[in-house]
Design a protein around this ligand. Structure first.
Ligand SMILES: [Zn+2]
Length: 322
C-alpha cells in the first residue's frame, strides 16, 4: 500500500508525534526566529584562504529595487517570481582575504549604527578566530553605511587599529566635499554625515587610490560608478584563480539580474548605475567568473548567466562542514 502523508497522520505513529508536540509545555523551545550559528564561510582562492563574514541583514522594501519600473509590469514580475514582499532581508557579505603575509578586509559592515538587524561583523570575526588588530588593510568599495560605518568601534576608535584603509579617490572626494550635506536630498543627509565621520575618524590610516590600482598583490580596484559617484568593484587573482567582487553593482538576486535597467532606490545616479550594472553583468556572463556579491544570498558566491534580455544569478554550491 502506498503511504501518503494523510495515511501517516491517521495511523498511530503520526497521531502519537502530533500528540507529543501538543503536550510540550513551552512550545518548540526558547529559540528565537532567525537565530543561527556563526556567520562565516571559508574557501580557497589559489594560495589564499578567503572568509566571507556576515554583518547580518538589512531590511529593504522590495519595491525599492525597481523604482523606475512600470507598476503593472513590476507587479506581474513579482508574482511570477514569487518575490518576498513587502520587504526583503538582504545579506551583507564582508570578505576577508588571508594572503599569509597580509590580511585584507573588503568593506566592514555598519558597526551597529545603521539597522538593528546588522552590525554583526565584530562577533563573526571573533567566531572565525580573527583579531581585528591583525587586519593589515581594509578596502572600502564605497562609503554607504552598510559598507563603511564599521570603520569605527562603539567608542568611535578605529575598529581595525593596525590597518591601512584604502578607498577610491573619486569616492572619497565626493563624500568629504565641504557642505555636501546641504546639497543632497534630506534622506541622504545622515548618510553624508555618517560617511564623513567614519572617513575622518580613520584619517591617519587612510590612502586614496585611482581606478585600476593594485591595492595589494593580486587585488585590483576597478571603477563601477553609479551606485555611488566613485563605487568600485574588485578583481582578485591568486595562482590563476579569479574572484570578482561585485560590491553593490547588482543588489537583488532576482530583480537586479532579470531587469538590470530597473533602478535601485539607493543608486545615486540611476541611469549610470543601470549602465554599469549591464556592462558588469555582460562581462561576468561572458567570462563565467566566480563572483562574490555583497548583497547576494549567503555566502554571496555565485556566477552570472544570460537569461533572455537579462541575466540570472546561479548560486555557487558550497560545502557545509561543522
Ligand atoms: Zn550595500
Amino acid at each position: 500500500m502506498k503511504t501518503s502523508r494523510r495515511h501517516f497522520f491517521r495511523t498511530g505513529v503520526g497521531a502519537g508525534i502530533a500528540g507529543a508536540a501538543l503536550l510540550t509545555p513551552h512550545g518548540p523551545s526558547r529559540a528565537q526566529e532567525g537565530e543561527q550559528g556563526p556567520g562565516f564561510y571559508r574557501f580557497r582562492l589559489g594560495s589564499w584562504m578567503l572568509t566571507v563574514l556576515s554583518d547580518g541583514n538589512l531590511v529593504v522594501p522590495t519595491e525599492l529595487y525597481a523604482t523606475n519600473a512600470d507598476k503593472a509590469t513590476f507587479e506581474a514580475f513579482a508574482q511570477a517570481m514569487a518575490l518576498p514582499r513587502p520587504r526583503y532581508w538582504t545579506q551583507t557579505n564582508v570578505l576577508l582575504i588571508d594572503q599569509g603575509e597580509r590580511r585584507i578586509l573588503v568593506d566592514c559592515g555598519s558597526g551597529g549604527r545603521f539597522q538593528e538587524t546588522a552590525g554583526h561583523l565584530a562577533a563573526n570575526l571573533e567566531a572565525a578566530g580573527v583579531d581585528p588588530a591583525e587586519i593589515d588593510l581594509v578596502v572600502i568599495t564605497h562609503a554607504h553605511p552598510d559598507h563603511c560605518w564599521g570603520l569605527l568601534d562603539e567608542f568611535d576608535e578605529p575598529a581595525f587599529p593596525e590597518a591601512e584603509v584604502v578607498i577610491g579617490a573619486r569616492e572619497h572626494a565626493f563624500w568629504t566635499e565641504e557642505g555636501l550635506e546641504g546639497r543632497v536630498p534630506e534622506a541622504m543627509q545622515a548618510m553624508v554625515v555618517g560617511a564623513r565621520r567614519q572617513l575622518e575618524g580613520v584619517a591617519d590610516q587612510l590612502r586614496t587610490v585611482e581606478d585600476g590600482a593594485e591595492v595589494a598583490p593580486g587585488v585590483r580596484l576597478e571603477a563601477a560608478y553609479g551606485h555611488t559617484p566613485g563605487h568600485s568593484t574588485l578583481v582578485l587573482e591568486s595562482e590563476g584563480e579569479v574572484l570578482f567582487v561585485s560590491a553593490d553593482t547588482f543588489n537583488h538576486p532576482v530583480i537586479s539580474l532579470a531587469h538590470p535597467d530597473w533602478h535601485l532606490g539607493f543608486d545615486f545616479d540611476g541611469e549610470t548605475a543601470a549602465r554599469t550594472r549591464r556592462r558588469v553583468l555582460e562581462m561576468l556572463a561572458a567570462e563565467g567568473l566566480l563572483t562574490l556579491g555583497y548583497h547576494m544570498p549567503w555566502p554571496g558566491l555565485g556566477r552570472v548567466v544570460r537569461d533572455g534580455e537579462g541575466f540570472r544569478w546561479m548560486a555557487e554550491s558550497v560545502r557545509w562542514s561543522l
